[in-house]
Design a protein around this ligand. Structure first.
Ligand SMILES: Cc1cc2nc3c(=O)[nH]c(=O)nc-3n(C[C@H](O)[C@H](O)[C@H](O)COP(=O)(O)OP(=O)(O)OC[C@H]3O[C@@H](n4cnc5c(N)ncnc54)[C@H](O)[C@@H]3O)c2cc1C
Length: 654
């Protein structure tokens, strides 16, 4: 141990958050009596400038060489206080925090017990800080290239913002074209802009941008490294069409005799075995779907090859695996639309004219399966349409959350139906949630367009008529909670406003990028209010609906925020690395390699000739997994040494 240890202890009131439950003065008096404590003080808000200045002054005036702050969770303010002690001249790792708010005042109303626990937590922190050693914070350069995963509106927006600042972006999209869900829509609420008209200029800009390397029909297979220095392995699936030769003339698609359901039109139309998903696709290069191509199935046909004048068809093409170095990653993988088949009472899949919201988007679209005509399966025009809200959302059996966009897209449909048909429209809702800018006004406008609003949860859609009016119709049954009566509404078509849910492969994506999912499956941000685009893995950001259901304006805002965070790191050019890393004592290491297997950051490698494991400190995030698992006790986790942990336990028990 260096010079005599001199500790200052600072107890925070956190306004009334702590002081209303914990007797602050008692804790201060208690701290004053602890070994090596030179001074103990209290203050209303220790994180405020006067609070921090008090600590800094004491360090200078009283020659303190350790500090303890007893306040809130270190997650919020540990960096604040570490910075403060550093500014006063002591190493930031010679500081310890005791959480007497979340762990103490917020979990009990019993003043006596809260005060007692606060004393023990302070005693533990004081005992532990005694053994802290100064650690060196290292800086490493940030690679200015960025990887964006998912080419919906979120990925497109983020890519353009970064690339416009002349920094390279790799945009990886798993489908043959970028565009995501937004390119499937006809109009977008609340302004009713044509979706393609506002999106395709951005898509084209991405395709032509000198700073964006677009990889469609591709997926990330492996990520290694750490903030500023990631490596990604990307699989670019074979399109069987040479992108450098294809002129997008479309002849191959015309001549191809083989058909499959169009994924873009949700199975409401057919596409060819060689296809471009939609007219404005970026890149506008077709792919051959091996599942339906006669050449791949039976070794016959090759019509596309025969008719391609530039010789772009290449049946021998294989997947390419590309490795790229990047400094930051933005995940923008979006959402899946809820499949309402399990809600059997709504008849989806049983009745031809029960469709989902997303299918209705395609029906309304001028280049969709019905050329934009709102028609029934038999091509006749509907005389009445029911729009059922909250299908799969706000429902304990499926998703408890509100999907945030359904009320609004339901209103959008009312408008489109009224504009194009003479049909009666019934909106069947639980409550109308029109929270965004211009949304309430949109609702008001629609209320004046002759739409009938019925409040209540629909129980069933049936074809069992009980009178002449209902014959040949779909009857929507339920309760009208405003009138307090049951209802039976005969209609020709039913639109189900389906929930937005986490992608079916969100778990694998979360694992691949070492990020977390919430109980609802969406990716979790670092802090719901104060850090909404960062994740718990430094250098990896989330934006758009992969983080939770949201509309396009919020998606774009979040994507811009993520791009800004990345640009800030690029412009700083360097990041600080965790100093509290693990070290392996090679004398004690038995070479069992358990730590190699457990390390979630791939930071430990095995040195073959010495038969020992070694930590790469640049990769180590100080999670402690290896130290806890090492059967030989060969691993020390700096800042969490056995001595420090034992002292802390002693402090609690004292
Ligand atoms: C029926 C319906 C109507 C709507 N209408 C409107 C409206 O009018 N106005 C409005 O503001 N909002 C509307 N929304 C909401 C809107 O769809 C979303 O806000 C928006 O699409 C979110 O964009 P995104 O980029 O986050 O996700 P997405 O649009 O889902 O895009 C994600 C992209 O990532 C790709 N991807 C996924 N996983 C991977 C992977 N592992 N690797 C590579 N790529 C991957 C996908 O292929 C996709 O291209 C509507 C939603 C629904 C369901």
């Amino acid at each position: 141990m260096e010079d005599k240890v001199r500790i200052g202890v600072y107890i925070c009131h956190c306004g009334a958050n702590i002081a209303d439950t914990v007797d602050i003065q008692q804790v201060v008096d208690f701290a004053k009596g602890l070994d090596s404590v030179v001074v103990a003080r209290e203050y209303k808000f220790m994180c405020s400038d006067p609070g921090q200045n008090m600590i800094k002054e004491d360090i200078k005036q009283l020659g303190l060489n350790r500090a303890v702050v007893a306040s809130c969770s270190p997650l919020m303010h540990e960096p604040t206080f570490r910075r403060a002690v550093q500014e006063a001249g002591i190493n930031p790792y010679l500081f310890e925090m005791a959480n007497i708010r979340e762990h103490c005042s917020w979990v009990t109303e019993d003043h006596e017990k809260a005060t007692e626990k606060a004393k023990r937590l302070v005693s533990a922190a004081v005992k532990r800080v005694y053994y802290h050693q100064p650690l060196e914070i290292r800086e490493i350069p940030v690679n200015p290239n960025t990887l964006i995963v998912g080419g919906g509106i979120a990925g497109i927006q983020a890519a353009l913002e970064i690339a416009d600042s002349e920094h390279k972006v790799y945009l990886v999209e798993r489908d043959p074209s970028i565009g995501g869900h937004m390119i499937q829509f006809d109009k977008t609420f609340p302004t009713l802009d044509c979706s393609a008209c506002i999106l395709t200029p951005k898509m084209t800009a991405v395709g032509a941008h000198p700073y964006i390397e677009l990889m469609t029909y591709s997926e990330v297979e492996e990520i290694s490294g750490f903030i500023g220095n990631f490596k990604a392995r990307i699989r670019k699936k074979a399109r069987f069409v040479d992108e450098s030769k294809c002129t997008s003339c479309g002849v191959c698609q015309e001549k191809c005799p083989w058909k499959a359901d169009s994924e873009f039109d949700l199975g409401l139309s057919k596409r060819k075995a060689i296809y471009t998903p939609f007219a404005q696709a970026v890149p506008n290069i077709p792919v051959i779907d091996k599942e339906y191509c006669a050449y791949f199935l039976k070794g016959t046909c090759r019509a596309c090859e025969k008719f391609c004048e530039v010789g772009a068809i290449d049946f021998e093409q294989v997947d390419q695996v590309i490795e790229v170095d990047i400094g930051n990653i933005i995940i923008t993988t979006g959402y899946d639309a809820f499949d309402p088949t399990p809600i059997t009472q709504y008849g989806y899949g049983r009745f031809d004219n029960v469709v989902t919201g997303l299918e209705f988007e395609r029906i309304c679209n001028a280049v969709g399966p019905t050329s934009g005509k709102i028609v029934l399966k038999d091509s006749s025009e509907p005389k009445s349409i029911a729009i059922i809200h909250c299908v799969g959302s706000r429902d304990e059996n499926y998703h408890e959350y509100c999907s945030r966009v359904c009320c609004m897209y339901a209103l959008k449909y009312s408008h489109l139906i009224k504009e194009r048909t003479d049909a009666e429209v019934y909106q069947m809702y639980i409550d109308m949630r029109c929270f965004g800018k211009g949304y309430e006004e949109f609702y008001k406008r629609l209320s004046e367009e002759g739409v009938t609003f019925i409040r209540g949860k629909v129980a069933e859609v049936t074809d069992r008529a009980i009178n002449e009016d209902e014959k040949g119709k779909l009857i929507v049954c339920g309760e009208d909670t405003l009138l307090g009566t049951t209802m039976r509404v005969p209609v020709d078509m039913v639109i189900l406003c389906i929930a937005l849910e986490a992608r079916s492969d969100a778990k694998e994506v979360a694992k691949l990028f070492s990020i977390s999912q919430g109980a609802d499956g969406f990716f979790i941000e670092r802090h719901p209010k104060l850090d909404p685009v960062a994740t718990m893995t430094d250098g990896i950001f989330v934006a758009g609906c992969c983080q939770g259901p949201k509309d396009i304006p919020d998606t774009v805002a979040q994507a811009s925020a993520a791009a800004t965070r990345v640009l800030a790191l690029i412009s700083k050019g360097k990041v600080e690395m965790e100093a509290a890393t693990a070290v392996i004592d090679e004398e004690k290491c038995s070479g069992c390699q358990i730590c190699n297997l457990l390390c979630p950051y791939s930071a430990i490698s095995f040195i073959e000739d010495k038969e020992v494991s070694r930590v790469n400190e640049a990769l180590c995030k100080g999670c402690g997994t290896c130290a806890a698992a090492c059967p030989s006790g060969a691993i020390t986790h700096k800042h969490f040494t056995t001595e420090e942990i034992m002292a802390e336990i002693e402090g609690v028990l004292a």
